[in-house]
Design a protein around this ligand. Structure first.
Ligand code: ATP
Length: 353
């Protein structure tokens, strides 16, 4: 666990970058620092590995004040990932990843074996090992940055806007991979970003900072979205806070109907229902159809029964002119249909909370 105990950082020119910050980043969890430019996120992060020293207060790592640990020893247990990866341009990828093991005096072959293993862990092909950083895309370089930080298997990872220099699609996949990796590695991660969506997606806990380095709110993403502490946090969360909150509400309670499917090839004209879902003989969705225009097939949207959020269910409903969402199992087979009425009931309940 990392504990900030009334930490203040005042730079020599008098700028107060962090002001009386107290919070805990629990072991095995991702704690995100988020806030507008200049609110002291990077300064807070760098005080953990003593790239910057606090002016007042203390930071404890599992109960020991970091100020009492000499920086090289401290950093051996702390991986550090920065924006644009910060790779050494004249070193091959394998040697970039093995940087810390080399510094720790590992045998060269052992360090390189570890680097090759880590290429796999971060989803890069082994053939990348012999390349130089300029021969990799931005996203691949970021993966190497993560691999390098993991090389000596440190219990703590500090990540400073690691994904902000790549395009949104690559960023999404890097975020997904970080979450997957974390579910296996259980590191104590402190992650800095200015992007609230990234904070909400990745954080077990999110610390929102305001300019002047003051903590505005520390909460899990669900609480943050439903109970912002003040106008600053509300504003920072943005206008679609209500929709994003649905991400944390399970769709498992949605009322499903089982009488709205019809097998492909059977006549739909006589039905009283406004919409019917055509399914294959093994119950996979094909299209929506309305008895008013039986020859036209309309698109459908699905959500995973039991695991999906209300946001996914709503998205599925909005993808179809029927306004209904199709619940499917792991095999993609139809479990039932959530009608507009069922969506309405569930959303009304959510709004009541
Ligand atoms: N070496 C320094 N000397 C004086 N002031 C500094 C120094 N480094 C940072 N600052 C100031 O401290 C404040 C916090 O900076 P910091 O880099 O921690 O913010 P940040 O939240 O990470 O910002 P960004 O999102 O723009 O990277 C800013 O006002 C910045 O100008």
């Amino acid at each position: 666990m990392i504990t900030f105990d009334s930490v203040t950082k005042r730079y020599p020119d008098g700028t107060v970058a962090v002001d009386d910050l107290s919070l805990e980043a629990p072991t095995g969890q991702i704690t995100v620092f988020v806030g507008p430019s200049g609110c002291g996120k990077t300064t807070s992060l760098r005080m953990i590995n003593r790239m910057i020293d606090a002016t007042e207060g203390q930071i404890l790592l599992d109960g020991t004040a970091v100020q009492t640990i000499d920086p090289p020893t401290l950093r051996r247990g702390i991986g550090y990932v920065i924006q644009q990866a910060g790779l050494f341009p004249h070193r091959k990828i394998v040697d970039n990843i093995a940087t810390v093991p080399f510094l720790l005096g590992w045998d060269k072959n052992k360090a390189r074996d570890r680097a090759m293993e880590l290429l796999d862990v971060v989803g890069l092909d082994q053939s990348m090992a012999q390349r130089y950083p300029f021969q990799l895309s931005g996203g691949q370089q970021q993966r190497v940055g993560v691999a390098r930080a993991l090389a000596a298997d440190p219990p703590v990872l500090l990540m400073d806007e690691p994904f902000s220099a790549v395009d949104p699609i690559v960023r999404t996949s890097l975020q997904d991979e970080l979450l997957k990796l974390q579910s296996e590695l259980n590191k104590t991660i402190v992650f800095v970003t200015h992007d609230i969506d990234e904070a909400i997606k990745l954080g077990d806990r999110v610390a929102v900072l305001r300019v002047g380095g003051r903590l505005a709110q520390l909460a899990d993403p669900k609480t943050l979205l439903s109970e912002p502490a003040d106008d600053f946090v509300r504003e920072f969360l943005g206008h679609d806070r209500g929709i994003r909150r649905l991400q944390f509400i399970s769709a498992a309670g949605l009322r499903l109907r089982n009488d709205l499917t019809i097998q492909e090839g059977l006549p739909v004209a006589g039905s009283d229902e406004p919409w019917l879902l055509i399914v294959t003989p093994d119950n996979r969705p094909v299209a929506w159809v309305t008895p008013r225009r039986p020859e036209e097939r309309e698109p459908y949207g699905t959500f995973a029964y039991g695991t999906a959020s209300m946001r996914s269910a709503l998205d599925a409903a909005l993808l179809s002119p029927s306004g209904c969402a199709v619940a499917v199992d792991d095999d993609g087979k139809v479990v039932g249909v959530a009608t507009r009425e069922a969506m309405d009931e569930a959303l009304a309940e959510v709004a009541d909370v």
